[in-house]
Design a protein around this ligand. Structure first.
Ligand code: 6PG
Length: 244
């Protein structure tokens, strides 16, 4: 298979990355609702999406998004209660979802109150019941870790080999904790994938992900090759500093 064309937009700074990501969120929401009556978006945790959340919650952006037809999913979740400071749901809820008129039924969090396996199966059911049997996000935002993990797909972890399920538990060895994550088939179903990265800490990961041969077990982010969708890297100058 030919490698996918890599589209990279290098922004001046982290704020510009967040602005570009927020703009893409707004545009994708309007387009998806016009085309098929709903907007299915998957968002990550971590620090990278915070600037985008902030902008989307601002009146200028928030008034443009058709929130009543927007369904928010999570690319992954830490296996903690949903009101725990580490929860990806809590982060998105505090910074964005509680500030915009999205019906709470349209916010699809991992039910971490269930046992791990059940929580993963429950999320897959939710995805298929909401989006349809063939999951296809309109937009997926992803972060990248310094070890090139994305969502909770860590280097050399079993979830990387999952071919059929949409969501699975995965162990984060370096954090000695469990996560729940969408799998490669689910993540590659998106019509538009935007990977955001900012800061010089991310520069080696960006170089490894983009400039080295494909090996998804070493560099999980390389597995994100949407089947029929577009992939864009939105990165700041510091994160781009080691790209050749
Ligand atoms: C999470 C993630 C994860 C994240 C990267 C980057 O829950 O932490 O979804 O994949 O995107 O680890 O994290 P930062 O944005 O904090 O650098």
């Amino acid at each position: 298979m030919l490698p996918p064309k890599v589209n990279i937009l290098i922004c001046r700074d982290a704020q510009s990355v967040s602005r570009e990501a927020a703009d893409r969120f707004v545009c994708a929401s309007i387009k998806a609702v016009a085309e098929h009556g709903a907007f299915y978006v998957a968002i990550p945790g971590g620090s990278s999406p915070k600037g985008m959340f902030d902008l989307l919650a601002s009146p200028d952006c928030a008034s443009l998004v058709p929130w009543s037809k927007t369904h928010v999913f999570f690319t992954d979740e830490r296996y903690v209660p949903h009101n725990h400071p580490d929860s990806n749901y809590k982060l998105a809820n505090d910074m964005l979802l509680s500030k915009v008129p999205i019906p709470m039924d349209n916010v699809h969090r991992f039910r971490t109150e269930l046992p791990l396996e059940e929580a993963a199966k429950d999320y897959e059911r939710t995805l298929r019941d909401t989006i349809g049997g063939d999951i296809a996000f309109d937009l997926e935002i992803l972060g990248i870790g310094t070890d090139t993990h994305t969502a909770s797909l860590f280097p050399n972890s079993p979830a990387l080999d999952e071919q059929t399920r949409a969501a699975v538990p995965n162990y984060a060895a370096d954090k000695d904790s469990w996560r729940l994550t969408l799998t490669i088939p689910a993540l590659c179903s998106a019509q538009q994938v935007v990977i955001i990265a900012m800061g010089k800490d991310k520069a080696p990961a960006l170089r490894d992900a983009i400039n080295t041969d494909l090996d998804i077990h070493v560099h999980p982010i390389q597995a994100i090759r949407p089947w029929s969708g577009r992939l864009l890297w939105l990165i700041d100058a510091e994160a781009a500093s080691l790209l050749s």
